[in-house]
Write a protein that binds this ligand. Structure first.
Ligand code: ADP
Ligand code: MG
Length: 430
């Protein structure tokens, strides 16, 4: 529209209008108009109203709890995780129990009017890259009847620094709870990549070395201890008049996880095995040695090792359950390719079946994929990429015809870039 002066029908202010953004609602016939400031005001009002309405509405959550408890017994949760995650039995058990106890604690609180006699058991998970930490928690989140939000701790910064404030973790939970504050206040927050906020310098270095991370930890500590966290709605900038939403984290269960690269050295030092035989660096011959050493020490981790790694003691004190995950070996990787409900090979088989094609991924080929993944040292993370490389041409060429066929993937396809064999169904039956 050409530049003109229009009077807002709400605030009666005259606004110089360049384009529709200045006056989002304007009817030239009647002259009815609403300026962008009024629209913002209305939006704020609605957000605020919705927030307070949600907090006022008691959802009958307490009455649902019995039902939730019977559906979420530890063995049921673990059985569900078993469908997707290979190995890591201990971690699955710990998480199943932690979640079940979280529900029980909630029930106890409701019955005893907020008397939190049963303490929260927040969990800290340690395990190498690609061993299934994030996958475990994301599957768990799909199963549960309470809001569950995953936030990447490495993206968090102390207030005033560029990046997201720690409140974001609670805000994510609030949205996972569909803006129901009561539900959010009983939810679970998973902080992924938690090791990234460790003081880089570790415990016994100068305190001035890493103020940013220390600040994030202090801010997180308040949340862990239980505090009322205040944040603005999504997409709204923080400014003094912005309506805020308040969520009390007193009953929120926290689970944090990270790779804690190098912590095995700290543990080894403590258990005094760092003698010449298994000394670091020169004597480590292969990745197998390295993995074995990681697994040997990681299970002995103690709070003081985490402190030495650069997590402040107050936070460690709030994470009483320590859960370690193991490095995945070749057999485990092989199973990950084929066994979970969403296993990569199963997914390709389903896709190909839609084109009347059967997938025959030979055992030696699977093993070759697992071996390659181990070389890349990123656990199960590189499996999909390796398979995708091989499958691309197949997926491209197969739909050229509608004939029923069979695709055979052999070890040579993985190791020597051999083209997968595609044979007619009849011939392959013999
Ligand atoms: N134990 C496991 N069982 C099944 N799949 C796994 C396992 N570990 C890792 N994966 C798969 O490997 C990929 C990377 O795992 P992820 O959970 O992100 O690792 P991290 O431990 O580094 O968080 C995911 O796609 C996940 O599905
Ligand atoms: Mg991860």
């Amino acid at each position: 529209m050409p530049e003109q002066m229009i009077t807002c029908s709400f605030c009666r202010k005259k606004v110089k209008v360049h384009d529709q953004y200045d006056m989002p609602i304007y009817d030239p016939n009647t002259g009815f108009a609403i300026c962008k400031n009024c629209i913002k005001e209305i939006h704020h009002f609605v957000e605020e109203h919705e927030a307070s309405e949600a907090s006022a509405a008691h959802t009958g959550f307490a009455t649902e709890l019995n039902d939730i408890l019977s559906k979420n017994k530890p063995h049921i949760i673990k059985a569900y995780l078993d469908e997707y995650i290979i190995n890591q039995d201990r971690a699955k058990k710990i998480l199943s129990v932690a979640v079940y106890n979280h529900y029980k604690r909630m029930k106890y609180d409701y019955q005893n009017e907020g008397d939190s006699e049963i303490e929260k058991s927040n969990v800290i998970m340690l395990g190498p890259s690609g061993c299934g930490k994030t996958a475990l928690l994301s599957h768990l989140s799909k199963l549960l009847d309470i809001p569950f939000a995953v936030t990447d701790a490495s993206s968090l910064t102390e207030a005033g620094f560029v990046g997201a404030d720690v409140e974001v973790a609670v805000r994510n939970l609030y949205y996972a709870a569909e803006k129901n504050i009561e539900k959010a206040e009983h939810g679970i927050i998973y902080l992924d990549e938690f090791d990234k906020i460790a003081r880089k310098s570790g415990a016994n270095n100068s305190i001035t070395a890493d103020p940013g991370h220390e600040g994030v930890q202090q801010a997180l500590l308040k949340m862990l201890e239980g505090s009322v966290v205040e944040f603005t709605a999504r997409g709204q900038r923080k400014h003094p008049e912005a309506p805020t939403i308040k969520v009390d984290t007193k009953n929120v269960l926290f689970i944090v996880g990270g790779a804690f690269v190098g912590i095995e050295k700290i543990i080894a030092k403590r258990v005094q095995k760092a003698d010449a035989n298994i000394g670091f660096g020169a004597t480590v011959q292969s990745k197998d040695d390295e993995n074995a050493r990681f697994d040997e020490f990681i299970h002995q981790v103690r709070p003081e090792d985490l402190m030495e790694y650069g997590i402040i003691p107050e936070i460690i004190g709030r994470l009483p359950v320590i859960c370690t995950l193991e490095t995945l070996d070749e057999d485990a990787l092989l199973r990950i390719l084929t066994e979970p409900k969403n296993a990569p090979v199963k997914q390709y088989a389903k896709l190909l079946a839609m084109d009347n094609v059967e997938l025959d991924f030979r055992e030696d080929a699977l093993r070759a994929v697992a071996k390659k993944a181990i070389e890349r040292k990123t656990g199960a993370r590189s499996l999909k990429g390796i398979i995708e490389d091989v499958m691309l041409d197949v997926m491209f060429d197969i739909p050229r015809s509608d004939e029923p066929r069979k695709v055979i993937i052999t070890e040579a396809c993985i190791n020597d870039n051999a083209r997968p064999e595609i044979v007619p169904m009849e011939a392959s039956d013999s």
